[in-house]
Design a protein. Structure first.
Length: 116
């Protein structure tokens, strides 16, 4: 009996080492999948928060331009609102294109008109 155990011992060791390697590989695969999923989730959440901030600042910019430049024309008000919003977004580390910023300000203007 002892002889049989001594003969199969190397095979048992090889099988156990292989199983440990297989389990470790599976765990690393699961961790990598979770990492990708979590990264995508946080990027989406950050984008959503940045979008909300953009629209809040656009509303502030519209209100600022309407009150500070009452007698100015629409183009001047838009220009001032864009400048204000640009400064506020840069201070908060949010980067958007000029078209996105203008669209957000014009959306704030349309929302104001709908409330009248």
């Amino acid at each position: 009996m002892q002889l049989i155990i001594e003969q199969i011992q190397p095979y048992i060791t090889a099988i156990v080492i292989s199983l440990v390697g297989l389990v470790a590989t599976a765990i690393l695969g699961v961790i990598n999948t979770l990492k990708v999923t979590v990264k995508a989730y946080f990027e989406a959440k950050l984008s959503t928060e940045q979008r909300a901030l953009l629209h809040r600042i656009a509303g502030e910019a519209y209100a600022y331009a309407e009150t500070a430049f009452k007698n100015a024309g629409g183009e001047m008000k838009l220009s001032e609102a864009l400048a204000y919003a640009s400064i506020q977004l840069k201070r908060r580390g949010v980067t958007v294109t000029a078209i996105e910023l203008q669209a957000a300000i014009e959306k704030a203007w349309l929302e104001y008109l709908n409330k009248k």
